[in-house]
Design a protein around this ligand. Structure first.
Ligand code: M6R
Length: 608
């Protein structure tokens, strides 16, 4: 959740750290800090608040040096304040540490270190790492870090500098992301690629237990047993602009507008000239498929909503029973999984702690594992047997949009492929769905070319205290995603319900003027949805419906209709979510919210 950046080289380190942190602010933004090693001392500056507060501080009280570490925090232990901000130091202030993750046994370690005379300043778990390294330090920083991490339980990505080692930056990871950037006469560490793109495109992905030892001209990586490892350099091919706002007011809006292209990027490498799906990244033979008697899709948040649509698509096209579960629940329910289960982990970041833990649980039970993820080299991608990359490009806004849409497309591709291979889907239907999918970049574009009705609605509806989403079948799943988008960026309370469930409780909350978003794209459920709309309208609700272009008679029932282009029932979620994303976005704009950095949230949730 927190962002880490470290530099060793010949240049002034502070601007490099601040620039890197600005690219990582999506990971956490309640405080930020840097530590710089120069002139025989380590100087720390840190502040509660956004990175701009730290920038201001550093512009007044300048520090200089060519070795340093920087951190942007998402608080877990201790409230966001100056003291709890990273970096943390040992008692003498000559070792500085930044950390992303949670040290689960920190209380025990803290008690012991206090008995040993170490003086703690903060409430954080991280501070124990600085004192531990100090405890074990006898001149060799690497050895002290190795001995310290051997004592730690939990998840961590850590970067350390010490006054005694002014030519060394040491970093280590376990269960939290960390990469090493390879430069010329300079080297870097960071939580994520965008922090490094300005300086280098060559990176090493660290594995759990790896320790990276960086000097200006060298990078040495040791595994958890102390043996040196030779890793392949990964060359990042992203366009730098992909991780910048490019004239849009917010990353979220930019990413919403990137969706037509993102759909194309997900589809094109998988559909051949004859219009057939070629998923060479998934090694499932016909024999494997015969063995599989169940599919389990596990994910969190928005990715979970994509998993729900995945369940629908796979059951529809491939006729295999599918369970979709939230990752935080999955592994604690003693899931019924064995070697005949196909387990699909869906995660934009590929680093979500709960999803990763669920994947490991499924592996332990011998399931076959596929990851659907957006981030190349992410932990989840490396622990799965097969990886299906969604190719959405970097998603920076905390609220996921283009990653979600590409997850949906991925789910459909997997479902269609399974359906054909299992013989549960006719070639004709298979071809016609693929043909339709290929129209989606244009259909998505069409929605994005007409946003003013959505903006107008947002300007009228932004003051609601509470908003309900309702739908049936896959429309319900889309409603859940719309509801999540709204609550996370606008802070309006919102709930999504299966429309048929309305009269089993939620209808008690419907009163004059309450806003209901009714997703009603499914022909076979259309009449039922109309009845549900009438029921809430009879109690005074204001209803915005999402419908297909040819369903104009819904205007007689709903107060306002937002249309999506005509398409087949099975595929509507890819289109119907777009007006919901835009509605959430413009409502949040009207409420003056900090859309790309919603309160209490972070982009990748690397703690349980
Ligand atoms: O990186 P992941 O896809 O694993 O992240 C899962 C959720 O944390 C994420 O989708 C979250 O719900 C988003 N903020 C939703 O916009």
């Amino acid at each position: 959740m927190c962002g880490i950046v470290g530099y060793i080289g010949k240049k002034e380190v502070v601007p490099i750290l601040l620039e890197g942190l600005s690219k990582l602010e999506y990971r956490g933004y309640d405080s930020a800090g840097v530590a710089v090693c120069q002139d025989g001392k380590v100087t720390v500056r840190k502040n509660k608040g956004r990175l701009s507060v730290l920038e201001e501080n550093l512009s007044v009280k300048k520090i200089s040096g060519t070795l340093g570490i920087g951190h942007t925090r998402w608080a877990t232990h201790g409230e966001p304040n100056d003291v709890n901000a990273h970096p943390h130091e040992n008692t003498a202030g000559n070792i500085a540490v930044i950390h992303n993750g949670i040290i689960e046994n920190y209380m025990k370690l803290k008690e012991w270190l206090i008995e040993e005379g170490k003086v703690f300043k903060s409430e954080t778990d991280t501070e124990v790492i600085a004192h531990l390294i100090d405890y074990y330090f006898e001149g060799d920083l690497v050895l002290a870090v190795q001995k310290s991490v051997a004592k730690l339980e939990g998840a961590y990505a850590i970067a350390v500098i010490s006054k005694s080692n002014p030519n060394q930056l040491v970093a280590v990871r376990k269960d939290s992301p960390l990469i090493v950037g390879v430069g010329k006469g300079e080297n870097f560490v960071a939580s994520d690629i965008p922090a490094l793109l300005k300086h280098t495109r060559d990176v090493y992905f660290l594995d759990d237990g790896d320790i990276a030892i960086l000097t200006q001209d060298d990078i040495k990586i040791l595994n958890e047993f102390g043996g040196e490892v030779k890793k392949e350099v990964f060359n990042v091919t992203w366009d730098v602009k992909a991780a910048e706002k490019g004239g849009y007011q917010h990353f979220m809006l930019k990413e919403i507008y990137e969706q037509p292209n993102a759909i194309k990027e997900t589809l094109s490498p998988r559909i051949d000239n004859e219009g057939n799906i070629d998923l060479n990244e998934i090694n499932l033979t016909k024999d494997d498929l015969k063995e599989i008697n169940k599919i389990v899709i596990v994910a969190c948040g928005t990715a979970y909503h994509a998993g729900l649509v995945g369940k629908y698509a796979i059951e529809k096209f491939a006729k295999i029973p599918v369970e979709t579960d939230v990752a935080s629940e999955f592994r604690y329910r003693d899931p019924f999984i064995d070697k005949n289960t196909l387990f699909i982990a869906v995660s934009q970041s590929g680093e979500t702690a709960d999803t990763l833990a669920a994947l490991r649980e499924a592996k332990r039970r011998d399931a076959k594992i596929i990851a659907v993820t957006n981030v190349v080299g992410s932990r989840i991608s490396r622990e799965a047997e097969d990886v299906f990359y969604t190719w959405a490009g970097p998603e920076i806004a905390v609220a996921s949009t283009k990653a979600y849409i590409t997850q949906l497309v991925s789910m459909y591709l997997i479902a269609l492929d399974l359906g054909l291979k299992r013989g549960t889907l006719s070639k004709g239907k298979y071809k016609s769905v693929i043909k339709e999918l290929r129209e989606f970049p244009d259909k998505a574009e069409k929605i994005l070319n007409n946003v003013s009705p959505i903006q107008e609605l947002a300007d009228k509806q932004f003051n609601n205290q509470s908003v309900f989403y309702m739908g049936r079948g896959i429309d319900d799943y889309v409603g859940r995603e719309g509801s999540l988008k709204l609550k996370e960026i606008s802070y309006i309370h919102s709930e999504a319900i299966a429309a048929g469930e309305l009269k089993h409780g939620t209808i008690a909350l419907i009163e004059e003027g309450i806003l209901i978003i009714a997703v009603a794209t499914q022909e076979h459920l259309y009449e039922k949805m109309l009845s549900n709309i009438k029921e809430v309208k009879a109690r005074g609700a204001y209803v915005i419906a999402i419908a297909k272009e040819n369903q104009i008679e819904i205007e007689k029932t709903a107060d306002k209709v937002l249309y999506i282009p005509e398409t087949i029932n099975e595929l509507t979620p890819i289109l119907s979510v777009i007006p919901l994303q835009l509605l959430a976005y413009y409502i949040a704009v009207a409420r003056g919210c900090d859309i790309d950095k919603p309160k209490n949230l972070a982009k990748s949730v690397t703690v349980e």
